[in-house]
Design a protein around this ligand. Structure first.
Ligand SMILES: [Zn+2]
Ligand SMILES: [Zn+2]
Ligand SMILES: [Zn+2]
Length: 139
């Protein structure tokens, strides 16, 4: 499988990741043809190389609505991802961060407060200030 390893060595992880995600997207003309043929094999490869596919299977089957303790939005685990939880910078007298990036925080939605680096400006805990999180411990 020299062709495969050469290909992997000559594509950036980001490009590979992006094109895989795009091919799997519901809008992609590839997604139908791939799912009947190549995708079960690809999933098997992911399992064999140690990806936590079991965790993914649980995530996509869950129907419960969770409350994110970072952005305070409701979400389903099936829609969660590394870019799902985006917090814009907050314009205030106290700077929220050094504002080097376009977003103040980009991460996964989470129900675990200790995963969040609260700064008291753009990232505030459930129930602080104007936030009306009814049941912050949900999920
Ligand atoms: Zn910020
Ligand atoms: Zn969130
Ligand atoms: Zn909240």
């Amino acid at each position: 499988m020299l062709v495969l390893s050469w290909t992997l060595k000559n594509i950036t992880p980001e490009a590979l990741h992006a094109s895989l995600l795009q091919a799997l997207g519901p809008q992609s003309p590839l997604s139908k043809t791939l799912s009947s043929g190549a995708l079960p094999g690809l999933l098997l490869i992911f399992k064999r190389v140690g990806c936590n596919v079991g965790r993914a299977e649980i995530a996509v089957s869950q129907q419960t609505l969770k409350h994110c303790v970072r952005c305070h939005k409701k979400y389903m685990e099936r829609n969660n991802g590394r870019l799902a939880c985006q917090i814009p910078h907050k314009v205030s007298s106290i700077p929220c961060c050094d504002q080097n990036s376009s977003m103040c925080s980009v991460d996964r939605h989470t129900t675990v407060a200790s995963n969040v680096a609260y700064n008291g400006v753009s990232l505030v805990a459930c129930g602080v200030g104007a936030l009306k999180c009814l049941k912050p411990t949900d999920g």
